[in-house]
Design a binder for this molecule. Structure first.
Ligand code: SF4
Length: 407
């Protein structure tokens, strides 16, 4: 492989440019790997990146497109089995690169068929920039008739500090790379290759705030939605945000984008401030204005998630305020009754859940009650990582104590 210090880097992750005189060579992953004698991980690379890399590797660029198809469309992770590539090239690839799916630390299978993975991520190549910390994240495979839904993480831990979320207690450990994000989907599909349903849904609702790790998340999403890649329909991929307004505005500029879900969880700013500190930065009016702009000019529906916390945000008056907040938006609401757990909240009474939904539906707002699956396998996001993370979690910013139980 040749490195052209004057040219554009094949890999968009780091600038490929002449380095200052005291630095030897280029810091892009391809050159670093070459220097360090380690293999380059191709997972998460786009078709354009693989074409450029193949050209740098001394091969015709179209070999990159073949590699892209093999990894994401055929889900073939073994160079030796890529029979449309010449044998000598397969051998060269095996020596210079790798396609590394996340490593499964533990696998938990629920009575309802869901499989929850605790994944160990070694981090991208280490080198002159120093070691990138190992991280543990969760992904869940949920089978149902005619489809499987895969929930994936976008960060290890999270800095957003929602008071009802166990992941928040980890603090932010690090952002995941595009390869680590798309790798969770590939791993879950591979693990169930023999019994897959025709349709796959992907939800970015695991650990992390996707819009605070925008570039790697979108690089992974583009591979998921690319007809030559994993070929999922945009309506089958959902990105859930706590309400990062600049991220919503940036997502609106994307040519192909996933469905957007917004974690609402409150009917007033005071209420939302108490459980989602991000609301102090992006209060409801600003958030809903961004949602209106996001859908203006298209016929897109937004999903609003609303975790019902018993005695806190689950009254009919809350429901009427939610109707007013979302008026004029093409929106549906997923109501998620709180699962009793370690955090200081309680589950809503079943009649309150039904009444809340009735108010929304009666006012013309589609609303559905969603129950968490896999409750017997530590269902809440972040639960496994907390259970499996050796204490103390000293290297990460542990968020403050949860607020006092709402009255
Ligand atoms: S709910 Fe999502 S955004 Fe909020 S702390 Fe948990 S992982 Fe982060």
């Amino acid at each position: 492989m040749t490195c052209d210090p004057q040219g554009a880097c094949w890999c968009a992750e780091l600038p490929h440019a002449p380095m200052p005189p005291q630095t030897a060579g280029c810091l892009c992953p391809a050159c670093l790997c070459q220097d360090l004698g380690v293999s380059l991980d191709l997972l998460g690379k786009s078709a354009a990146e693989l074409r450029t890399w193949m050209a740098a590797f001394g091969e015709p660029a179209y070999r990159g497109a073949q590699l892209y198809h093999a990894i994401y469309a055929a889900r073939n992770f073994d160079f030796a089995a890529m029979s449309d590539l010449p044998a000598p090239l397969r051998a060269r690839l095996a020596a210079a690169a790798r396609i590394a799916l996340p490593e499964v630390s533990r696998r938990y299978t629920s009575a309802d068929g869901s499989v929850r993975y605790l994944l160990s991520l070694a981090g991208p190549q280490t080198g002159r920039g120093g070691a990138i910390p190992q991280a543990r994240v969760e992904a869940v495979f949920m089978p149902s008739e005619n489809r499987q839904t895969i929930c994936i993480s976008t960060q290890a831990g999270c800095a957003v500090d929602c008071k009802f979320c166990l992941t928040a207690q980890l603090g932010l450990i690090r952002n995941l790379t595009a390869g680590e994000i798309v790798g969770q989907v590939l791993l879950a599909l591979e693990d169930h290759r023999a019994q897959l349903a025709p349709r796959t849904n992907v939800v970015l609702m695991g650990q992390g705030e996707p819009l605070l790790n925008f570039e790697p998340v979108m690089a992974a999403v583009r591979i998921l939605l690319d007809p030559n890649g994993m070929a999922l329909a945009p309506r089958h991929v959902t990105l859930s945000t706590s309400g990062i307004v600049p991220g919503i505005e940036r997502l609106a500029l994307e040519r192909v984008r996933p469905k957007l879900a917004v974690s609402l969880n409150a009917s007033t700013d005071a209420q939302r401030d108490a459980i989602m500190p991000i609301n102090r930065k992006y209060p409801l009016e600003m958030l809903l204005q961004a949602c209106r702009s996001y859908t203006s000019g298209n016929r897109e529906w937004l999903t609003f998630e609303y975790v019902l916390l018993g005695g806190f945000n689950d009254t009919p008056e809350d429901a009427r305020r939610v109707v007013r907040l979302l008026s004029g938006l093409r929106a549906k609401v997923n109501l998620i009754p709180w699962n009793p757990g370690e955090l200081p909240f309680r589950a809503p009474e079943q009649p309150c859940v039904e009444e809340f939904r009735r108010v929304l539906v009666e006012k013309g707002l589609p609303a559905f009650v969603r129950y968490s699956r896999g409750q017997d396998i530590a269902a809440a996001c972040g639960q496994l990582a907390l259970i499996e993370t050796p204490t103390p979690i000293s290297a990460v910013a542990v968020s403050g104590a949860p607020p006092a139980p709402p009255a």
